[in-house]
Design a protein around this ligand. Structure first.
Ligand SMILES: [Cu+2]
Length: 617
């Protein structure tokens, strides 16, 4: 219906800068938000211990600890860091990256039984999640399994994944981003026979490229979130580090290499491309190898996503170099934030490396001329695709609605809460589900949403020191009309401080699609729309396939700067959803019952509550 009007309103608000000014004037509200952390009611469990009947092929201790490392010239930087000690299994299981704050590379084989003893040597609770691995719910590092300082948590699982690059990182509720930012992250590779048969470049010809951004003070110490705006947009550093090092360079021979690329930033999205216009040859993504290589002018890589790149330096002269850059793009941040990031105006800090600007990531220098190189295989392993007809719900996709508001980044209209499973979040084990990820932000600026907002208010406002918080959703069928509301307000609805991010989802219309704070602030527009930005949505458990992506509204011009950079021909566990975009996926929920999270992998958003559980039962 009035999509066009709303989009132009978003533009107008963005250009006028009204939105940021509006929430700049809410210090009390900000304080109230900050004070709400920790109200998630998660139980404190006794840490899992080693079981006698589990006979591991591989066992290692993994330590989360504080440390200091040299990153920039001069003073060392205080970090948090993983370290590992192999107790059983092949010695190449653990490979340290000398001098880096990153955790060691972990190499596992499909079929191995693995025991990992996580030792919390930090001064705060933590838990480790194996991003990408298909493991039982109680081995997945759900935040309910956090352990206190001094405690040990034992993980035991069999490696069921096909070959691929995964990530291990902390997942404590509301502290994931900070711990990852402080250095707690590492790459975990699974290998299998399919991969081995291809004889892809390995050993010194297979190079991990873990890309992160960081911000340092003048004493080389890490600076993190400085205010609410750093959470709303996600936090951005102004130094690119690869494998923990600034100005990263690799010396290569003139032959093919396999680059295992991971975006380990908390929020920064990259548009990766070679500086001389050479296309990027991609052989794999999050869930392992593609069925055949894809050649792309550039590739988008959001936090949590991985790329398996075939980089062939054959024919290049000794002394030549090739730089991987992040190329210009637009549209992933709210418009005004995008502009202010470069200009440093208002609440938004100036950043020397604005998101979407053009900057180098790392340099490959050809230092050796060789005549022989492996050839790019034209066929890679088959993927077990599931047709829509194999899903349990071909006509009624499970909704993953992104709702954005100035203070609230939510999924399906609700912030994370333990034991708050909605009907549509109950998934039958051993089913394959069709799911739809879409922007459900309030701020369509229409008329009819208030009723259900009030309904929500009756149920849930009150507590939390004058803060009311509500979330609701409506998906699909007509008979549920009048749901579709998520709301945050400051108690008195008339007080000009209410905020809603509501959603309604269905094929009929978007009429009652929720309202932004515009209604209450008399702007009539919608903060939700104005806050529209890209979100990398991650689902725990098995990898999914991407069925379709579609974009609507006047996001087209921005979308044109990124659209060639998506890869749909592989299995994924994280997908970047651009403003105005709708992504349909097919995801199996096999083997394991229990809680499996879905959340934004913009880790600042995750910690704000943009996270939910599926209960597989
Ligand atoms: Cu997000």
């Amino acid at each position: 219906m009035s999509n066009l009007k709303n989009h132009s309103r978003r533009r107008f608000l963005a250009q006028s800068g009204l939105g940021l000014v509006a929430f700049a004037g809410m210090p009390g509200f900000l304080r109230a938000m900050e004070g709400m952390q920790g109200l998630h009611g998660m139980p404190k469990l006794t840490p899992n211990k080693a079981s006698l009947n589990f006979k591991p092929d591989v066992e290692f201790d993994l330590f989360s600890r504080s440390s200091s490392v040299s990153i920039l010239p001069g003073q060392q930087t205080r970090v948090q860091q993983y370290a590992a000690l192999l107790k059983k299994g092949p010695k190449e299981t653990i490979v340290d990256i000398p001098g880096s704050y990153l955790g060691p590379l972990i190499h596992l084989q499909k079929g191995q039984k693995v025991r990992i003893n996580l030792h919390n040597k930090l001064a705060e609770p933590t838990v480790t999640h194996w991003h990408g691995l298909h493991v039982p719910a109680n081995m997945d590092g759900h935040p309910m399994y956090v352990i206190d300082p001094g405690e040990i948590l034992v993980y035991e699982f069999e490696v069921l994944n096909r070959a691929g690059m995964n990530i291990y990182h902390p997942h404590p509720h509301e502290a994931t981003a900070k711990q990852v930012y402080n250095g707690l992250a590492g790459a975990l590779f699974v290998h299998d026979e399919e991969e081995a048969r291809l004889e892809l470049p390995s050993g010194e010809y297979e190079i991990p490229i873990v890309i992160q951004d960081r911000l340092f003070d003048e004493l080389n110490q890490l600076i993190y979130v400085r205010g609410m705006h750093d959470r709303m947009t996600g936090f951005y550093g102004d130094r690119i580090l690869v494998n923990g090092f600034p100005d990263f360079k690799i010396d290569v021979a003139s032959r093919a290499y396999r680059l295992r690329v991971l975006n380990g930033s908390t929020a920064r999205i990259f548009k990766l491309g070679w500086d001389d216009g050479t296309p990027i040859t991609v052989i794999g993504v999050d869930g392992g190898l593609l069925e055949k290589p894809e050649v792309k002018p550039y590739v988008m890589l959001a936090p949590g996503e991985r790329l398996d790149v075939w980089a062939d330096f054959s024919g290049r002269n000794e002394g030549s170099q090739l730089v991987m850059r992040s190329l210009p793009f637009s549209g992933v941040l709210p418009k005004m934030a995008e502009r202010m990031m470069g200009g440093g105006m208002g609440m938004m800090h100036h950043n020397k490396l604005p998101v979407g600007s053009d900057y180098p990531i790392f340099t490959a220098r050809v230092t050796k001329k060789v005549s022989d190189s492996p050839k790019l295989p034209s066929q890679l392993p088959k993927i077990n695709w599931h047709p829509i007809s194999a899903t349990a719900n071909p006509d009624k996709p499970v909704p993953i609605g992104i709702s954005e508001g100035p203070m609230a980044m939510l999924l399906n209209g609700r912030p994370y809460k333990y034991n708050d499973i909605q009907d549509f979040e109950r998934i039958k084990v051993n089913t394959i589900q069709l799911m739809e990820i879409f922007h459900a932000h309030g701020g369509h600026g229409t008329d009819s949403a208030a009723a259900s907002g009030e309904h929500g208010a009756e149920k849930q406002s009150g507590g939390m020191g004058g803060m009311g918080m509500m979330g609701g959703m409506n998906h699909g069928d007509d008979d549920q009309k009048g749901g579709g509301q998520g709301m945050m307000g400051m108690g008195h609805r008339g007080g000009g401080m209410g905020m809603m991010g509501g959603m309604k989802h269905g094929d009929d219309d978007r009429k009652s699609g929720g309202q932004g704070m515009g209604v209450m602030m008399g702007m009539g527009g919608g903060m939700g729309m104005m806050m529209s930005m890209a979100h990398p949505i991650h689902l725990h458990g098995q990898q999914f396939q991407i069925v379709s992506r579609s974009v609507s509204g006047d996001e087209e011009a921005d979308y044109a700067t990124v659209r060639e950079g998506f890869i749909e021909s592989g299995l994924k566990d994280t997908v970047l959803v651009m403003p105005g975009e709708k992504v349909r996926i097919i995801k199996p929920f096999q083997d394991f019952k229990g809680l499996f999270m879905y959340h934004c992998h913009n880790l600042e958003h995750e910690d704000m509550g943009m996270m939910r559980d599926f209960l597989v039962e």
